[in-house]
Design a protein around this ligand. Structure first.
Ligand code: PEP
Ligand code: MN
Length: 290
């Protein structure tokens, strides 16, 4: 398969898909991301309290999620918004992992926090706003944990892949890409979910691709529909915001599913997931390339 897309990508040979390197599977304990399983990561936007995280973790685990998400360090557009609980939040996530067996993904915003976040997290999340923070990426190259790299809100796929190349070149081959919607002139949704990004990335790169329908949609009613689209176009999994009381959430409540809605969404995805495991997914990806 041609590793380039119309010959336009040249700066990311370490993450380019080649016949010798068709796919990378990132292993997190017994969870394989980028393999045959569809891996769902779910939890609140921000860690707010132990009760909130434990209630969410138990519920999403029962519904089929494998990984718990939750921000302890929050990149907020306003300096007056809730900025996260920091280390206390990391400890709450670790406790939830102990109780439920879920792995933990959480965002790291600063080079100075890499060590402490790596002590508690199984996967380090690089947020959309940090995708171009090259000194952070450089430091994450040596963090000893897999990294989920979100697409910047104004980043092209080439920009995203160049940032992924930074991580790999700095010593960390365990990189997961994440499409979370981009800024366009459309205002009906918070961002525009770039549905084509998933098969393009799966085609030109060997890295796993996760979709985040929550930040793409910005409203909870659209989240299950975009999640379904992500399955159909070949994503390796989802990152979804879930909160026991979204109306009281400290951040991103409008786009957070309730525990019941998350459970219903997982049920709704089942037929699409069985299509995927019967080989449809590889056909969709391979058929789109030449
Ligand atoms: C998040 O996952 O809560 C988040 C801040 O996402 P993004 O970086 O995609 O805006
Ligand atoms: Mn959020």
């Amino acid at each position: 398969m041609n590793a380039r897309w119309n010959g336009q990508y040249s700066c990311f040979d370490l993450v380019a898909r080649t016949p010798e390197r068709p796919r990378t599977v990132v292993q997190v304990g017994d969870i394989a991301i980028g393999g045959d399983d569809f891996v769902v990561m779910a939890g609140p936007c921000a860690v707010e309290s132990e009760q909130q995280v434990l209630d969410t973790a138990m519920s999403v685990a029962a519904a089929g999620a494998r990984i718990l998400r939750g921000g302890a360090y929050k990149p907020r557009s306003s300096p007056y918004s809730f900025q996260g609980l920091g280390v206390e939040g990391l400890k709450i996530l670790a406790k939830a992992r102990e109780y439920t067996g879920l792995a933990v993904i959480t965002e790291v915003m600063s080079e100075t926090d890499v060590e402490v976040v790596a002590e508690y997290a199984d996967i380090m999340q690089v947020g959309a706003r940090s995708m171009e923070n090259y000194s952070l990426l450089e430091r994450l190259g040596r963090c000893g944990r897999p990294v989920l790299l979100k697409r910047g809100m104004t980043a092209t796929l080439e920009d995203l892949l160049c940032s992924a190349q930074f991580l790999v070149a700095a010593g960390n081959p365990e990189v997961i890409l994440c499409e979370r919607g981009i800024r366009t002139f459309e205002t009906a949704t918070r961002n525009t979910f770039d549905v084509a990004a998933v098969p393009v990335l799966k085609t030109v790169s060997h890295l796993p691709v996760i979709a985040d329908p929550s930040h793409a949609a910005g409203v909870r009613v659209l989240v299950p529909i975009l999640a379904r689209a992500a399955v159909v176009v070949g994503a390796d999994g989802l990152l979804v915001e879930v909160h026991p009381q979204p109306e009281k959430a400290a951040s991103d409540g409008e786009q957070s599913l309730t525990l019941g809605q998350f459970d219903a969404m997982m049920g709704d995805l089942a037929p699409y997931l069985s299509l995927r495991s019967s080989g449809e997914r590889e056909c969709a990806v391979v058929g789109g390339v030449s």
